[in-house]
Design a protein. Structure first.
Length: 291
């Protein structure tokens, strides 16, 4: 009865500008943002079919769903489409509507040509050059250039909002300016960095520039003061070294993780040159500045 009263008798209205629609009854779904909403959703999709072959995996995080398939170009699409047919039958059975126009498919490869796109509800999902999953933009070559460009835009927007508190002439003490940077701005740069932190040096340098310009601003440093001296005096790690510190903690935790998707990640030697842009290569940096 408690769950029934939680779900029944709820109404909604739609606002367009300053105009409101009439009330309508919510006949399906849970209250967005509610504490038990995610739990009820997980119960509802608990019997979602699992892929029958080990090359295809289903990854769920709340209502964000990703289907990943790996293998040779000859078999990968056959395995993926076989599972999508099975998934479509389950979606129809439980009356879950998926907007195929919002679905994206990315073929992660360095090849210029792509196979035929995957099919859902007998409709092709066009290939995209990149997709965003859990806040990380994944491009087809995994260079993470687009993701880092998105970080720069988001960072500069947040920095502009904080400028009255952190600007060169702001009256806030240096201690609290630095605290604001570490608490609100640096997390924008470092979010999910163990995944993409091994990107090319030219991309990471763009993030170093963001940090350096911010630290020069909050210290009101003149032009002739070197960035490395500011970092040393403030006891702040370079972005590269900060990523190395985060990735050490990250991989120490996931090595014993029970998640099947994590457990299926193949092992590799990060010292091999052709693997130099894999995430674990950040572990090879031995010298991390103090601070």
């Amino acid at each position: 009865m408690l769950i029934a009263t939680y779900l029944q008798g709820r109404l909604f209205i739609v606002r367009v500008g300053s105009n409101l629609s009439s009330e309508r009854v919510i006949r399906a779904g849970v209250v967005q943002g509610s504490k038990v909403g995610a739990i009820l959703f997980n119960i509802f999709v608990n019997d979602i079919p699992s892929p029958r072959n080990c090359q295809t995996q289903l990854c769920l995080f709340a209502d964000d769903t990703a289907v990943m398939s790996t293998g040779t170009s000859q078999t990968i699409m056959e395995d993926l489409n076989t599972y999508l047919i099975q998934l479509a039958k389950w979606l129809i059975l439980w009356k879950i509507k998926v907007n195929t126009d919002k679905c994206q498919a990315v073929y992660f490869t360095r090849r210029r040509s792509n196979p035929n796109p995957p099919m859902l509800y007998r409709r092709p999902i066009p290939w995209s050059n990149s997709t965003k999953y859990l806040g990380v933009t994944l491009d087809k070559k995994l260079t993470y250039k687009d993701h880092i460009d998105n970080i720069r835009n988001k960072y500069n927007g947040a920095k502009a909002h904080l400028y009255p508190l952190m600007g060169r002439k702001a009256k806030l003490s240096l201690r609290y300016k630095l605290l604001l940077y570490k608490a609100l701005l640096r997390p924008v740069i470092s979010y999910a960095s163990p995944v993409w932190g091994a990107a090319a040096k030219t991309h990471i340098q763009k993030l170093e520039t963001l940090q350096n310009s911010t630290l020069r601003m909050i210290t009101d440093a003149p032009w002739f003061i070197r960035n490395k001296n500011i970092l040393h005096d403030l006891k702040v790690l370079t972005i590269k070294n900060f990523f190395s510190k985060l990735v050490t903690n990250f991989f120490n935790q996931i090595d014993n993780h029970t998640n099947p998707a994590i457990g299926s990640i193949p092992t590799y030697d990060p010292t091999i040159p052709r693997k130099k842009r894999r995430p674990r290569t950040l572990l090879l940096q031995d010298n991390i500045d103090a601070g």
